[in-house]
Design a binder for this molecule. Structure first.
Ligand SMILES: [Zn+2]
Length: 72
C-alpha cells in the first residue's frame, strides 16, 4: 500500500468487457499502482498483475493474479 496515495475518490472505470462501473478507489489504485481488490502494490514484476480496465484520462487499473483468480 502506498500511504501517500490513499485519498479515496469515485471513478468511472471502463472494465474489460466494455462495462462502465462506478468504483471508489484510492489514488494509488486508480493510477495503477495497487491491486483493485487487496491493494497489493504493483512491483516491477508486471506479469504478477493483470489489467482489468481503464479510467478515461487517468490510466489503466489492475488486479494481482491472486485476486483475478488466475495463477495459483
Ligand atoms: Zn490483489
Amino acid at each position: 500500500m502506498i500511504s501517500s496515495k490513499q485519498t479515496v475518490s469515485t471513478y468511472a472505470v471502463m472494465l474489460g468487457g466494455g462495462t462502465l462501473e462506478t468504483m471508489e478507489l484510492s489514488a494509488a489504485q486508480a493510477e495503477g499502482f495497487e491491486c483493485l481488490i487487496c491493494k497489493a502494490q504493483c512491483s516491477t514484476g508486471a506479469e504478477a498483475f493483470v489489467p482489468v480496465g481503464r479510467i478515461p484520462s487517468v490510466g489503466s487499473v489492475f488486479q494481482c493474479v491472486a485476486c483475478s483468480g488466475g495463477a495459483r
